[in-house]
Design a protein around this ligand. Structure first.
Ligand code: NCD
Length: 277
């Protein structure tokens, strides 16, 4: 019955135990929750987070039930908290929430009995993304103690940047935010001595100032500012040729993009199992 509301509230022990459990699932460990039902309340578009939560529930033997704006009472003006209460009244065993509203998952958690899992909250948080990125970086480096991770581009409007900042720092990494409005406005300076480079999608759909992100594009040339062989990450979906070059994204010697995607399934299995227990 444990919620996952924010990255900030995750301590090192919890992060590492979720990653350990995700690795066990990746290596074939099984768990069975045939009586559990997971409500997925997705107020914003999503491909991988939605499908990987659904898949995670199915892999755990549980059943997912999806509710989004399309075709539901949300289009009649029902609030997301009331929609969550509906799922709760129907006795779902966990509610996974993606919302554009900052504070939305916490508000829902205060109104329902089921544990609530934050699957992306406005510009502020995306804890399972932070966890899967941490798992991917730990798989790559072994330990994050003292490693410098540069998070680049549309930092101001990215919940991926804020989640990773908390989670990676908790694991001992030095996190640098590189982009307009940060202390590293210059890509070359921001990438100097970086052990890993994380690109962010330009968040065109969000409110807030939009800058020229072209100077922050990561490709085979600009990644040379970082340490030799530094891997590149991106939460996906990517704008190919905008924040990352297609060539670098598809270069398996440097790109961890699809490993991140794959780890997302196992992290979400671990998070759901924790919510059920
Ligand atoms: C991210 C999101 O929605 O926050 N996508 C995802 O969950 N993998 C990143 C993004 O859309 O930029």
């Amino acid at each position: 019955m444990t919620s996952l509301l924010s990255s900030e509230r995750l301590d090192r022990t919890t992060i590492l135990s979720l990653i350990d459990r995700a690795r066990a699932f990746k290596n074939g460990a099984k768990a069975s929750f045939p009586d559990k039902i997971v409500g997925l309340l997705f107020m914003e578009n999503s491909s991988r987070t939605r499908v990987s939560f659904e898949m995670a529930a199915i892999r755990l033997g549980a059943n997912p039930v999806f509710l989004g704006p399309e075709g539901s009472s949300i289009q009649k003006g029902e609030t997301e908290a009331d929609s969550a209460r509906m799922l709760d009244c129907l006795r779902v065993d966990a509610i996974v929430v993606r919302t554009g509203t900052e504070g939305g998952p916490a508000e829902i958690a205060s109104k329902v009995k089921a544990p609530v899992i934050n699957a992306g909250e406005g510009k502020s948080d995306h804890p399972t993304q932070g966890l899967l990125d941490a798992m991917t970086l730990l798989d790559h480096f072994g330990s994050l103690d003292g490693k410098t991770v540069a998070i680049c581009g549309d930092v101001e409007r990215s919940r991926v940047a804020s989640s990773n900042q908390h989670i990676l720092k908790t694991l001992g990494a030095i996190v640098r935010l590189v982009g307009p409005g940060t202390e590293y406005k210059d890509l070359k300076t921001g990438l100097k001595d970086a052990d890993a480079v994380m690109c962010l999608r330009v968040q065109k759909e969000r409110e807030g100032a939009s800058y020229d992100y072209a100077p922050y594009k990561i490709d085979h040339d600009s990644i040379k500012f970082a340490n030799a062989n530094a891997p590149v990450l991106h939460p996906l979906p990517m704008n190919r040729g905008v924040e990352i070059s297609s060539e670098l994204a598809d270069d398996e010697t440097r790109s961890l993009l699809w490993k991140q995607m794959e780890n997302g399934l196992f992290i979400r299995m671990a998070v759901l199992e924790r919510a059920f227990s």
